[in-house]
Design a protein around this ligand. Structure first.
Ligand code: A2P
Length: 332
């Protein structure tokens, strides 16, 4: 039982999911503290039949708090997560601020729950696209080590927060009304379009979202040798990311073996019906805890039988963010 759970970024897209998951999963806490910017201080949020008041995040916010779920962006985490940890609170941080810090565990409970034990006050929640990929890939890696992953993402607006979701909705209305579109959050028109993920591009030509998928997978798998290459793309979907995943295993593997492993894997649901066609779709994954996996087939470009292709969809706000963080809290 926690004494007080704080949600930092409580008014945001992930923050709202934190709150509803605390209720839905019955996370035991005597009280809840909602923290956001000064803009939101005083706002009321309904929870379990009562109103909670949003408070401004300050360095004193963590007195008496024993668990803090952070999702207010990297700079807020960098500044306030150490303050919270020093105040004796365990932080589960949804930002990228501490993910690659060797002293900070990076955890997906279906993959590396034991790493939680090594925390020194902060536990990092991985990138949403990484989480959705590793939930089905890890159990396969356990039975037949994976040498290489080639992943292409189809990422929803929710990954960029509430304002991005509103931007997609407004742009869609504007296009249908024949009005001029004015992008604000994203660099380009999002409605009826798609573009390469809007994170910074490094010297190697990969953007930071793509490199997160590479580096975070290696860290959680405790396997520096696994080769990962990613192409991350934003698509005009409101919520839930999809990914085309190509795998190269050490030994030959069949689609039936993959189905058998995944049918027993936690956090995975197979949706793979060829006639009539029904495969993972973001609309079906939205609001669901499980990562949907389908299009499971032998990769015909790997004649040694070591290749598998599949397509997955997972709710970015739930398993890709808030649910994973709450599951980490449950491990604690
Ligand atoms: P606010 O609503 O007061 O701006 P999203 O990821 O959906 O964009 O949400 C971001 C969350 O981070 C919101 O709850 C937002 O609060 C919060 N946030 C943004 N800037 C700050 C800040 N300077 N201090 C505290 N919370 C912040």
């Amino acid at each position: 039982m926690f004494k007080c759970v704080a949600i930092v970024g409580a008014t945001g897209a992930v923050g709202q999911e934190f709150l509803s998951l605390i209720d839905k999963r019955n996370l035991q806490t005597e009280s809840i503290k909602l923290l956001a910017s000064a803009r939101s201080a005083g706002k009321k949020v309904a929870f379990n039949g009562r109103d909670l008041t949003v408070e401004e995040l300050t360095p004193d916010s963590f007195n008496g708090v024993d668990l803090a779920l952070f999702s207010a962006g990297g700079s807020i985490s960098k500044e306030y997560a150490p303050i919270a940890a020093n105040a004796g609170c365990v932080v589960v941080d949804n930002s990228s601020a501490f993910r690659m810090d060797p002293a900070t565990p990076l955890v997906v409970p279906e993959v590396n729950p034991e790493d939680v034990r090594n925390h020194k006050g902060i536990i990092a929640n991985p990138n949403c696209s990484t989480i959705i990929m590793v939930v089905p890939v890890w159990p396969l890696h356990q039975v037949n080590p994976i040498k290489r992953i080639v992943v292409s993402t189809y990422q929803a607006a929710s990954g960029a927060g509430q304002a991005a979701m509103l931007e997609l909705e407004q742009e869609t209305r504007d296009v249908l009304a024949g009005k001029q579109v004015t992008p604000n959050i994203f660099p380009y028109q999002y409605a009826f379009n798609l573009f390469s993920h809007n994170s910074d591009v490094g010297d190697n030509g990969y953007n930071t979202e793509e490199m997160k998928m590479v580096n975070e997978t290696r860290k959680m798998f405790h396997c520096e040798g696994i080769q990962v290459t990613a192409t991350c793309v934003r698509v005009p979907v409101m919520r839930a990311h999809s990914e085309a995943i190509n795998l190269q295993f050490t030994n030959p593997i069949t689609p039936d073996e993959v189905r058998d492993v995944l049918s027993k894997a936690p956090g995975v649901r197979i949706v793979d019906q060829r006639s009539p066609q029904h495969y993972p779709m973001p609309i079906d994954a939205s609001g669901k805890d499980d990562v949907l996996v389908g299009r499971i087939r032998q990769d015909i470009s790997q004649p040694d039988g070591c290749g598998i292709d599949m397509f997955v969809s997972g709710d970015q706000l739930l398993k890709g963010a808030a649910l994973n963080a709450v599951q980490i809290a449950e491990l604690l």
